[in-house]
Every structure is written in structure tokens, then in C-alpha cells.
Ligand binder design. Structure first.
Ligand code: GLV
Length: 327
């Protein structure tokens, strides 16, 4: 059995994986060699970021049996050919949720406490006072209540506001979430939220969900934070909502095109905080990912249900514990 990796492992991670599957050949392909190595893989764990992988060829060959994505998002591997194939896919949903929650908090509080204004004043050595806003007692709307959305709600509950959420499977509402609505009620959520956080996967159903009509539903002065994938948002419509003053600000860890091109008007908007898709970064990211992969590898080797088994037609896992009937 050949296990091919494409995430930044160190020798200690390779040792951990080798100890979990002592009979396997372990290949640390890295970003440069993965497009070739994937063709010789039985199991693949990673996220190819530099070169797109030849998924159609991988499927045609029929050797690859399992993809463990090292990202929560699966848009990098769920091509139509992979979806139609027998390849099993598992995601890293929840593995990076602590960091995503911290980063969302940074963007939200940064915008509400006017940090972009004060930072620009600091660079000019100007001691100016300007209005700020409160996160406490705000109504927060979370779009997508999977691993990241749920962790966000847990963290944000201390701010004593209302927390609302939408999800394709609106089950298991924690008591500190006031309402968990089906995904079709997105516009209801937008209409009452002071802060809207996007934590939904990119699928055919979510692509472009924040369009001009959705933005027009949002409360005047609301803030939009995107921790998910850029193509969820129609960027020209967002720019219009931000320049017209309808939205007070946006925090964008992701954009439709990454890197965000220099000519994007988003760079110059004073009420936008942009970070370069670093929400999941963490000093322990590779350790945590390796631990998660090894747990799933043990399950794979002993024919037990995998964690975060993806329903490939939906584009995300329905259950962290592999039971498609519920969470
Ligand atoms: C990062 O964007 C991830 O999907 O984990």
C-alpha cells in the first residue's frame, strides 16, 4: 500500500504515520511532485495548492481508494470525476476550527473597534478618537453550522448576544444558539444579523449565495466576515454594498481569486480587512492534522467508520463520526 502525502510534514509526522501503518510505503511528495505521485497512490492525504491534480486520470487509473483532505474545504479535490468514482473522501472539518474561530474574532473585533482607522492614524502619529462599536449584545448570524460554524458559536457565546445559524442539516441546536434554521432561510438570517459570518463549504448550492439580493437583505450597517471560500460572495456586489455605506465593513480571509489581484477595488476600501487565507494557520496545525489522519488511518486499516466521511454529492461530511444518518 502506497500512502502519498502533500502537506508540510516533518520527520516526526512521517514517523507517526509510519508507526500507524508499518507495512505501507510512505511518500512525502510535497507540492512540487504531487501531480506525478498521486498517480501511484492508494491513499492520499493533503491539499495540492500549486498545481491542479490530474483527477480525471487518477479516476481512470482506478488505483486511488481514499482521499484524506488536509483542508476542511473540499473544492480542491471534489471534481465531477472524483464524485462519480468509488474513491472515499474524508475532510479535515473541525481540525482547524479553534484557529478559524480566533481569526474570525480578530476580523470582527478589528472592524467593530475601528482598528483600520486607528492603525492608519498610528502610521501618521495621530492620536485621534473615533467611534467604535460593540460585539457584546450583537446579533451574530453564522452561515454554515459544520465544524467551523459550531466552534464559532461556542466561542462567540461569551459576548452575551443572540446567535443564529443556518445549515443544510439544521439539527442538534446547542442551547446557546437561539435559532438554527435550514439553509433556505439565509435571507431571514441576513435581515436580523449585525454580524454575518460565512462558514459554509463551497458547493454548487453556495457559490454566489451572497449576491446583490442577499446583500440588500442585510441590516444597514452590518458587517460581513468570510472565513469560508471567496466564491460564496459576488465581489462586485460586495464592493457596491461597502462603498454605498449599506454595509459598515467586511473581513475577508478568502477572496474569489487568490492571491487577490492588485487591481481589486477591495484593497483600497477603508472599511475592509483582508487577510491572505490564514484562518486555519496554527503552530500545531501539522501535528493536529497528522493526529487526525492517523486516527482515520487506524480506522481504515481495521475497517471501522471513518471520521468526517464526505457525502461527495453534498460536498461535505454529514457527520463527524461517519454516520450518514445524523451528527
Ligand atoms: C482551509 O481553507 C481549509 O479548508 O481548511
Amino acid at each position: 500500500m502506497r500512502i502519498v502525502l502533500c502537506y508540510p510534514v516533518e520527520p516526526k509526522h512521517l514517523a507517526e504515520i509510519a508507526a500507524t501503518a508499518p507495512d505501507a510505503d510512505l511518500i512525502d511528495a510535497g507540492q512540487e511532485r504531487i501531480a506525478a505521485e498521486i498517480l501511484e497512490a492508494d491513499i492520499y492525504c493533503g491539499h495540492a495548492k500549486v498545481h491542479p491534480l490530474p483527477w480525471d486520470e487518477v479516476v481512470r487509473q482506478g488505483r486511488l481508494r481514499w482521499i484524506q483532505s488536509s483542508a476542511a474545504g473540499l473544492d480542491h479535490c471534489l471534481t465531477p470525476s472524483v464524485v462519480a468514482s468509488p474513491i472515499v473522501v474524508t475532510s479535515a472539518s473541525g481540525v482547524l476550527a479553534d484557529q478559524v474561530a480566533e481569526h474570525a474574532l480578530a476580523l470582527i473585533t478589528g472592524l467593530l473597534r475601528s482598528l483600520p482607522v486607528f492603525f492608519r492614524a498610528q502610521q501618521r502619529k495621530e492620536f485621534i478618537r473615533r467611534p467604535t462599536r460593540d460585539l457584546h449584545r450583537a446579533t451574530i448570524g453564522i452561515v454554515g453550522f459544520g465544524g467551523n460554524g459550531r466552534r464559532l458559536a461556542e466561542v462567540l457565546r461569551v459576548f452575551k448576544g443572540r446567535i443564529l445559524a443556518t445549515d443544510v442539516f439544521p439539527d442538534d441546536k446547542p442551547e446557546y444558539v437561539e435559532a438554527l434554521w435550514p439553509a433556505e432561510r439565509l435571507h431571514d438570517l441576513l435581515a436580523v444579523s449585525d454580524i454575518v459570518i460565512l462558514a459554509a463549504p463551497l458547493t454548487d448550492a453556495t457559490r454566489g449565495m451572497i449576491d446583490a439580493a442577499a446583500l440588500a437583505c442585510m441590516k444597514p450597517g452590518a458587517i460581513l466576515v468570510n472565513m469560508a471560500r471567496g466564491p460564496l460572495v459576488i465581489e462586485p456586489a460586495l464592493v457596491e454594498a461597502l462603498t454605498s455605506g449599506r454595509l459598515a465593513g467586511a473581513g475577508l480571509d478568502v477572496t474569489a481569486v487568490e492571491p487577490l489581484p492588485p487591481e481589486s477595488p477591495l484593497w483600497d476600501l477603508p472599511n475592509v480587512l483582508i487577510t491572505p487565507h490564514v484562518g486555519g494557520q496554527s503552530a500545531t496545525r501539522i501535528d493536529d492534522m497528522t493526529q487526525f489522519f492517523c486516527e482515520n488511518l487506524r480506522r481504515w486499516l481495521t475497517n471501522r467508520p471513518l471520521l468526517n466521511l464526505v457525502d461527495k454529492r453534498l460536498g461535505f461530511p454529514r457527520s463527524r463520526f461517519g454516520d450518514p444518518s445524523g451528527r
